[in-house]
Structures are given as structure tokens and as C-alpha cells.
Design a protein around this ligand. Structure first.
Ligand code: C2E
Ligand code: CA
Ligand code: CA
Ligand code: CA
Length: 279
């Protein structure tokens, strides 16, 4: 028994070391990708569910890794948050998104609106509002063309700095969206106190909308809260026509998902946008 215990703990330590090792590798490779300009932004359209009119798009970070293929953001964002790289990463995303918007405008595409994900940590550690102001100015953009998506984690942070920044951004005219709405914590009172314009119904509620009565009840409740507070409600992960119809029936007007368009690289998104504006 003693022998087995030793083996077991040795095994345990080895696997911990391995995963720590992996994290460190991922971290240094990510840092390198950022510093050598090898990260990409892709864009996914956001549409009116009723008539598929395009309303905006979300910028999503992509990391094409030389040997691992595309590393999913769900894998590397948490690492970036732990090692302090998230501020630089999200700053790069904001700058790249604003530059892309400026380029599209220069090409003649009008009335574009982009949503950018910002980690809650960045609002604690960094001056997001000042950076946004600088990037809007530098690229000749209106504040109303930019939406920041943040998770509920940030809304529950009662410390002054994030709240002041949210208010400054709102005063500038930047829209704020609550991402993964309904998956986080229970208190919703922040919706009353903070300048939120939009909530995003997480795709986990949308996936089984037409087969799971519990999911439908939850989605319906979340949509009702948004409607009652006069917020835009955007459904994520809309993959089927049946989901589109159910969402409309529940009162949700806006959606994103593979049914309408996958996240696309800038060239593909540009072609998509021209097709939309031509139509
Ligand atoms: P999110 O903000 O909730 O983004 C929605 C995710 O759903 C994206 O995954 C998107 O590609 C995916 N998706 C879109 N349509 C569909 C669909 O019809 N079906 C399904 N199954 N999935 C769909 P992605 O791009 O892998 O991003 C994962 C998460 O990583 C994002 O979740 C966001 O939390 C984070 N993330 C992505 N880019 C950034 C960034 O620039 N900064 C920060 N801080 N986080 C980011
Ligand atoms: Ca998002
Ligand atoms: Ca989500
Ligand atoms: Ca998310």
C-alpha cells in the first residue's frame, strides 16, 4: 500500500509539473506571437433575427500556431489572465479592431459597428477608457461605432476603478454589453446602476433551445429581463432556423451564429460586408 501511495504521488507530481510546463510554454509562445504580430482578428456578423439585416460585428482573437494549429481563445485567454499578458493582448485587439474599422471606412463601407471583448481584469489594472478615447481619435471613429463586451464578473466588482471607467465610456458614447449574460452570478442589481445597453444570451442557453424545456425557460427569463430594462438582447450561437424562430417568438431580436456567418478573416468579412451593402 505504501508503495502504491508513493507511485501515486509521484505520478501526481509529474502530471502537475507537466501541465505547469505546458502553461509556461503556452505563455512564452503567446508572448512571442503578440510581439511578432502573428495574432489575428476575425469578425463575426451580428444581425436582426427577423430580416437578417446586419447590425454590427464582433471581433474575435485568433492565434494560428505554427505546430498546434489554431489555439482556441478559451484555452489561451485564461493563461494570459494568469500571467499578466491580458492587458497587452486586449490592448492589441482594440487597436487592431479600430484600425480595421478605419480601413473599411476608407474603402467606402459605411455605418459599421464593432464589438470588442475586454477582460474584466483589464478594467482593474489598466486605463481602458483613456485607451479607447485615444484609439477612436487616432482612427477618426465615432464612439457609437464601438461596443465593449465585458462579463458579469466586472459588473460585480464594487471597487471604484472599473465603475468609473464604465461611466466614462458611457459618457463618451461607447456602448457596453454584458457577455455570457445569465451564466455568472445571481445579483442583477448592477443592471440598474451601470450604463449597460446590451446583454448577450450565452450560447449554452441557445444550443438546446428546441429540445430542453429548462433551457427554453432560462432563455425566456433572460430575454424578459433584457426587454423589461429596455436593453438590446443578442443571442449567441444561433445555428439553426428553428432556434432563430424560437428566439424571435421569445422576444429576442438580434443574433450571431453559424446560421448567419462564421467568424471570418478581414478579407472574407470585407467581401461579406460589400455583399450586404450592395443588397
Ligand atoms: P464569447 O465572447 O462568448 O464569444 C462567442 C463564441 O462563440 C466565439 O468563440 C464564437 O466563435 C463562437 N460562436 C459563434 N457562433 C457560434 C455558433 O453558431 N455555434 C457555436 N457553437 N459557437 C459559435 P471563440 O471565438 O472561440 O471565443 C471564445 C471566447 O474567448 C469568447 O467567448 C471570449 O470570451 C473569448 N475571447 C475571444 N476573443 C477575445 C478577445 O479579444 N479578448 C478577450 N478578453 N476575450 C476574447
Ligand atoms: Ca463576446
Ligand atoms: Ca458566450
Ligand atoms: Ca465569453
Amino acid at each position: 500500500a505504501k508503495q502504491a501511495g508513493r507511485n501515486c504521488s509521484r505520478y501526481f507530481l509529474a502530471s502537475m509539473n507537466q501541465s505547469l510546463d505546458e502553461r509556461l510554454t503556452l505563455e512564452s509562445e503567446l508572448r512571442q506571437a503578440l510581439n511578432t504580430g502573428r495574432l489575428e482578428l476575425h469578425f463575426q456578423p451580428k444581425l436582426a433575427l427577423a430580416d437578417r439585416r446586419m447590425l454590427g460585428m464582433e471581433a474575435l482573437l485568433r492565434w494560428p500556431h505554427p505546430t498546434r494549429g489554431w489555439v482556441p481563445p478559451d484555452r489561451f485567454i485564461p493563461v494570459a489572465e494568469e500571467c499578466g499578458l491580458i492587458n497587452a493582448l486586449d490592448a492589441w485587439v482594440l487597436e487592431a479592431a479600430c484600425r480595421q474599422l478605419r480601413d473599411w471606412q476608407a474603402e467606402g463601407l459605411q455605418g459599421l459597428n464593432v464589438s470588442v471583448n475586454v477582460s474584466a481584469l483589464r478594467f482593474v489594472q489598466d486605463d481602458v477608457a483613456a485607451h479607447v478615447q485615444q484609439q477612436l481619435q487616432r482612427n477618426g471613429l465615432q464612439a457609437s461605432q464601438l461596443t465593449l463586451e465585458v462579463t458579469e464578473r466586472l459588473m460585480l466588482d464594487e471597487s471604484g476603478r472599473p465603475r468609473e471607467q464604465l461611466q466614462a465610456l458611457d459618457a463618451m458614447g461607447v456602448r457596453l454589453s454584458v457577455d455570457d449574460f445569465g451564466t455568472g452570478y445571481s445579483s442583477l442589481s448592477y443592471l440598474k446602476r451601470l450604463p449597460v445597453s446590451e446583454v448577450k444570451l450565452d450560447k449554452s442557453f441557445v444550443h438546446d433551445l428546441d429540445t430542453d424545456p429548462d433551457d427554453r425557460a432560462l432563455a425566456s427569463a433572460v430575454i424578459s429581463i433584457g426587454q423589461a430594462l429596455d436593453l438590446s438582447v443578442v443571442a449567441e450561437g444561433v445555428e439553426t432556423e428553428a432556434q432563430r424562430e424560437t428566439l424571435l417568438r421569445l422576444g429576442c431580436q438580434i443574433g450571431q451564429g453559424w446560421l448567419f456567418g462564421r467568424p471570418m478573416d478581414p478579407a472574407a468579412m470585407s467581401a461579406w460586408l460589400w455583399q450586404q451593402q450592395g443588397a
